[in-house]
Design a protein around this ligand. Structure first.
Ligand code: GLV
Ligand code: MN
Ligand code: MN
Ligand code: MN
Length: 401
């Protein structure tokens, strides 16, 4: 695969959802931008004579060979982004999957089993709050009744959002027949750190994904006048929130884990009013589940303690969690051997991690020189991406034999 050919397909997707101010992307599921990405996928798949299918959860599949044939080899990733995210997280795996089909055809490979490229829905959870929602619904890891009630920031329910685009909310949910038809899944992804750059390796193979949880903290205090209320008379939920954020940082450092509060919501959100309510979302990840549980317990306890001082109330709600994933199956072993690539763990969640509990799954990472992800500076060179396509094709060829 020449870098020019990679770049040509890459550039055809690039304008969709690009926001002018910082060069990042806003591609939220089931919005017009997402529909434009989906249209792009369908056109590219049809251009390649692939059979396009949308499953009951809105995930898009492009099949080479009869979907009902022998158990399939599937590759792909997602097209949605976090707000003001980078270009590569997700789309690189989808573009690489389509290009790998071209490479296999040019090599004269005729797969002995069906091969599909998939684009999963709402991987980031950026619109409805639950990451990997498309793959979790597919595998039965998330209750469809709960999913339908999830709301975006404008209050639109997921059920309404999918009805608007013609998906039947009644059909949302596990799809065991589809899962049973998959023999292997490979997700190629931009690396979300600089480990490959440090060892000067263009491609890596994932060994594991850290367990991950998202928790919502709701702080209730007493709204009041910023100018007249004595400091000692206040019940300020922002103080409880601030101490909780610091407690999360301290606990994460202590446990060698990662804790982030990247989203807050304050009411009434006025400069001259003490807040009445505040919410903060904690994203916590650790190398093992015990550490993650301990970390969250500590943060919750510290929030409660501080609430006593502030005369506020705290409620913590677990919004979603993902268990530790070890990519320890045959496909992953083959990937490391076949591609002669270094093996590394990641703290980022992926659809491959969700599928790994049901299907033999593996992940390939492409070097990211900035090491930045979920931000516009996310990067990968065309040459590394083109090599990623070749390596993906090598692996798919072996798996399709
Ligand atoms: C998804 O990309 C996540 O790891 O948050
Ligand atoms: Mn991703
Ligand atoms: Mn992501
Ligand atoms: Mn992810």
């Amino acid at each position: 695969m020449s870098t020019e050919r990679f770049a040509a397909l890459w550039e055809s997707l690039s304008p969709i959802g690009k926001v002018g101010d910082d060069g990042g992307y806003i591609r939220q599921s089931w919005t017009d931008t997402d529909l434009a990405c989906r249209e792009w996928f369908v056109e590219e798949a049809l251009d390649r004579d692939l059979e396009v299918e949308i499953d009951r959860n809105g995930n898009l599949w492009a099949w080479w060979g009869e979907p009902e044939g022998d158990r399939a080899v599937v590759t792909g990733s997602h097209l949605d982004s976090v707000p003001h995210g980078g270009a590569y997280d997700g789309p690189l795996g989808v573009v690489s999957g389509l290009l790998a089909v071209d490479v296999l055809r040019e090599r004269g490979v005729t797969p002995a089993r069906p091969l599909a490229v998939v684009a999963f829905t709402e991987e980031e959870g950026a619109r409805f709050g639950v990451p990997c929602l498309g793959s979790r619904l597919l595998t039965g890891a998330f209750d469809p009744a709960k999913a339908l009630q999830l709301r975006d920031r404008e209050g639109v329910r997921l059920g309404e959002a999918i009805s608007r685009v013609g998906l039947d909310p009644e059909r949302l949910g596990p799809d065991p027949e589809r899962l049973a038809r998959i023999a292997a899944f490979v997700e190629l992804h931009v690396e979300q750190g600089r480990a490959l750059d440090h060892i000067d390796a263009p491609i890596g193979v994932a060994s594991a994904i850290w367990p991950h949880g998202r928790y919502r903290f709701d702080f209730t205090g007493e709204g009041n006048h910023a100018g007249t209320t004595r400091m000692s008379d206040r019940h300020d939920p922002m103080l409880t929130l601030a101490h909780t954020v610091l407690a999360a940082e301290e606990a994460a450092r202590l446990h060698g884990a990662h804790a982030t509060v990247g989203r807050v919501d304050v009411a009434p959100n006025a400069t001259n009013a003490i807040a009445a309510r505040a919410s903060a979302w904690l994203d916590a990840r650790a190398a093992d589940e015990d550490t993650l549980r301990r970390l969250v317990e500590v943060v919750h306890q510290r929030a409660e303690e501080r609430a006593l001082t502030d005369g506020t109330l705290v409620k913590m709600t677990a919004e979603s969690s993902t268990s530790e994933v070890a990519f320890a199956g045959e496909v992953s072993r083959l990937a490391a051997l076949e591609l002669n690539a270094p093996v590394l763990p990641t703290g980022a969640g992926h659809d491959a991690g969700v599928l790994a509990g049901h299907v033999d799954a593996a992940m390939l990472f492409v070097r990211n020189p900035t090491g930045i992800s979920h931000a516009p500076q996310e990067s990968a060179s065309d040459a590394d991406c083109a090599m990623g396509v070749e390596k993906l094709a090598d692996l798919l060829a072996r798996l399709c034999q």
